[in-house]
Every structure is written in structure tokens, then in C-alpha cells.
Design a protein around this ligand. Structure first.
Ligand code: GLU
Length: 430
């Protein structure tokens, strides 16, 4: 396993070819497929995305000009059920990235046992440069462009990087206008009044903290004396930071896309949150020293929560990570080379497809509530989420011990075995 990852690194260095994110996802898949002894036919099927749509569409801007944006919707695998996955608006979105994220959604849903395959969408745009009106126009036109792929029993979008309940409300409305009636089950992460679920907006961060609690129990760690570092102060990172703080863990560093702040004795989260609300960033918050997003990763701490973008922990910096547990609230923050180094060094990684599965799990609850038109309480949502995260942790941990592999490969082994079994049972049509 370790050998395979370093071979990949050497090949990449020799050819001078920098792998795109989908190649990384396929490498992770191949490593797990090898442990599983998966046959070549199944590897070919599961190693591809079933459907990939790219759209170039015009949006009228506030100044009357027209801009053309590029977006994608990719469905990796629909064998387990309707496909599920968020939509991101980011200037660096590429088809390869969306394909990787779609594949990870398939594995994520399988790890926690949801009846979904994986999908993802994205538009290459910096939404922070758009007015609300332009953002709405872009969302509605993108929704229309991908509408032949989505639907409550087909493919169900949700929020991801830089998208939020308001954007999901526009998506719901656009889809509903096109079909002629309201379809609350077409999207999750909606505002509560439109059929969203209690606990959905906190679910990714909360699920990540439940995962950390399980890891701490299994490895005999006391979270009240464990220092936490969080990279990213968005939807997942801010909730994870607050919940770690509530458990007594000193949260010593936090960052956002502009930079970070550090206080070795623990940040005051209310002050950081108020500063971010006032200025748009955590940078410059009082009672803290500045730290860059790169340096933050190697600060002394016990728990590191990458909650921003992919490719943060790499072969370059994995040797310097000082955390004992890494909980991946972001998708794809760790490269396969880094995984091998961290495993050798005894750093315990809670992989994205498990650690951030709380978001899609509560999306599933939201979808069930929408289809039944019967809302649950926040307590019900959180209790069910905890049970699902605990069960998945124990299963993945047992698999990692049995095969002597790290938690990512163990989670992938379980997920791939499940999707492969569904595929075998259903057979190949025709
Ligand atoms: N975007 C989130 C993820 O990457 C949530 C997806 C969903 O709720 O469908 O897991």
C-alpha cells in the first residue's frame, strides 16, 4: 500500500505530469480495489463516471453586459439509488475536480449506508464578485441547463463550497417552475421554511465532531485537553470549531481563504466569529497572532480539521504535521502520498468520505422528510446522525485493523464492496 503510493509519486515526478483530482480519486480507488481483490471488470465500471454534462451558458449582468459561464454536473454511479451531491461555485472548478467529487460522493454515501449513488456539480465562477441579482440569474440558468439530469428520484443537488440555502431555494423554484408544480425533494440544504431539515446547516461540522469523539474513544484521547486547529471557517469549519470548543478543547488556530489567527492557549471563538461577521475574515482578530494557511497545518495540536479546499496536506508537508488526529471536513484535502507518510508516522486520519458524511446524511433525512411531508425535530436528526456516524466508525476501524491499512483505504474498501455487490446483483443491462 505504502509502496504503491510512493510508486505513484515517483512516476508523477518522472513524467512531470501533475495529476488532476480525478486521477487522485482513481488512485485511491485502485489502492482499495487491490486490498479488496476486486476483479478487472468491476474496476473498469466503478473507475468511471456514468454521466458527465458540461454547459456553457449566458448570464445577463447588472451593467447590461452578457457573460458566458461554464458549469458541470457529473453522476458517478446510480446503481445504489438516485445520485446525490452538492453544487459548488468557485473560480477553480474544473470537470476533473467535479468528477473526483462525484466519485467520492458514491463512496461517502456507501460508507454511511445511504441509498444513493454519487454526483456533483460546479460552476467556474467567483460568486463573491457577483451581486445577489447576478448570482440568482446564474443559479437559475445553470439549474435549467442541468434540469434534464436532476429530479427527486434521479439526482438531488445540495450546497457545497460557496453555495447556501438561498441558492438551493432558487434551484428548487426554477426546477418547480419548469415542471409546473412544487418539488421540495429535488434539492436538500433548503431554508427551513421551504422544507429544509432542522440540523442540516450544522450537519457537516457536527458529524465531523461525532467522528472525532469516536476516534478519541477508540484511541484513548481526552478531548478536553486536546488542542484543535481548523483550516477554513465556512459552514463546516466554523461549526466544528464551536462544537470542539463546547467540549472543552482549546481551539488554538482558525483560518479562512484570506489567512489565519493563532493563540497557543486557545482563541475566544465568540470574538473570532464577531470579527469575521464584521470584517468578512478572521484575519486581524484581537488576542491572536497571524498565521498563514500553510503554516497553520503544521502548528502544534492534537486535532487538525482541514475544512477548506482539496490538496492541502501533500507529500511536501505531511512529514511536518504535528496533530495526532486529522478529521477531514473538506473533500480531498490529503493526497495519496501524504496518506502514506501520515500512516507511517502514526497520524490517525478520519477520511473525508467518512468524516464529512454528516452533511449528506442529514440531506438524506431532509429528502425523506420532504417525500413524506413530515418534519423531524432537531433532537431526532442529531440522534440519528450520531448513531450512523458511530456505526460507520466502528465498521471502518475494524476493517482498517483487519487489513492493516489506514482509515481512508478501509472506508473505501467497505464502500466499494457495497457498490460492487449492488452492481453484481443488478447485473449489466442489457
Ligand atoms: N456537499 C456536501 C458533501 O460534499 C453535501 C452533499 C449533499 O448533502 O448532498 O458531502
Amino acid at each position: 500500500m505504502v509502496l504503491q503510493a510512493s510508486r505513484i509519486e515517483t512516476e508523477a515526478a518522472e513524467t512531470g505530469h501533475e495529476r488532476d483530482l480525478f486521477e487522485v480519486a482513481v488512485e485511491q480507488f485502485e489502492i482499495a480495489a487491490e486490498v479488496l481483490g476486486l476483479d478487472d471488470d468491476m474496476r473498469r465500471i466503478l473507475g468511471h463516471c456514468q454521466k458527465e454534462l458540461t454547459v456553457n451558458f449566458p448570464v445577463e449582468m447588472d451593467d447590461g453586459s452578457v457573460q458566458v459561464f461554464t458549469g458541470h454536473r457529473v453522476q458517478h454511479n446510480s446503481v445504489p439509488g438516485p445520485t446525490k451531491g452538492g453544487i459548488r461555485f468557485h473560480q477553480d472548478v474544473t470537470l476533473a475536480e467535479v468528477k473526483a467529487l462525484a466519485m467520492w460522493m458514491t463512496w461517502k454515501c456507501a460508507v454511511v449506508g445511504l441509498p444513493y449513488g454519487g454526483a456533483k456539480g460546479g460552476v467556474t465562477v467567483n460568486p463573491k464578485l457577483l451581486s445577489q441579482n447576478e448570482l440568482q440569474n446564474l443559479t437559475r440558468r445553470y439549474t435549467t441547463e442541468i434540469s434534464m439530469m436532476i429530479g427527486p428520484n434521479k439526482d438531488i443537488p445540495a450546497p457545497d463550497v460557496n453555495t447556501n440555502p438561498q441558492i438551493m431555494a432558487w434551484l428548487l423554484d426554477t426546477y418547480s417552475m419548469n415542471v409546473g408544480y412544487s418539488v421540495p425533494g429535488v434539492v436538500t440544504g433548503k431554508p427551513l421554511v421551504l422544507g429544509g431539515s432542522e440540523g442540516r446547516s450544522e450537519a457537516t461540522g457536527r458529524g465531523c465532531v461525532y467522528a472525532i469523539e469516536e476516534a478519541a474513544r477508540a484511541r484513548g484521547m481526552d478531548l478536553t485537553t486536546s488542542r484543535t486547529v481548523v483550516q477554513g471557517f465556512g459552514n463546516a469549519g466554523s461549526v466544528a470549531a464551536w462544537l470542539m470548543g463546547e467540549m472543552g478543547s482549546p481551539v488554538v488556530a482558525i483560518s479562512d481563504s484570506r489567512g489565519g489567527v493563532y493563540n497557543p492557549t486557545g482563541l475566544d471563538l465568540a470574538t473570532v466569529t464577531a470579527h469575521k461577521r464584521r470584517t468578512g475574515s478572521v484575519v486581524g482578530c484581537k488576542d491572536a497572532e497571524p498565521v498563514s494557511n500553510d503554516d497553520l497545518l503544521t502548528l502544534p495540536c492534537e486535532i487538525l480539521i482541514p475544512a477548506a479546499m482539496e490538496n492541502q496536506i501533500t507529500g511536501e508537508n505531511a512529514g511536518e504535521i504535528r496533530a495526532t488526529v486529522i478529521a477531514e471536513a473538506a473533500n480531498g484535502p490529503t493526497t495519496p502520498e501524504a496518506d502514506a507518510i501520515l500512516f507511517d508516522r502514526g497520524v490517525f486520519v478520519l477520511p473525508d468520505i467518512f468524516a464529512n458524511a454528516g452533511g449528506v446524511t442529514v440531506s438524506y433525512f431532509e429528502w425523506v422528510q420532504a417525500l413524506q411531508a413530515f418534519p423531524w425535530t432537531e433532537q431526532e436528526v442529531n440522534d440519528r446522525l450520531r448513531r450512523i456516524m458511530s456505526r460507520a466508525f466502528l465498521a471502518v476501524y475494524e476493517t482498517s485493523e483487519r487489513h492493516g491499512v489506514h482509515m481512508r483505504t478501509a472506508a473505501l474498501v467497505r464502500a466499494i464492496a457495497r457498490v460492487a455487490e449492488f452492481t453484481r446483483l443488478r447485473g449489466i443491462y442489457p
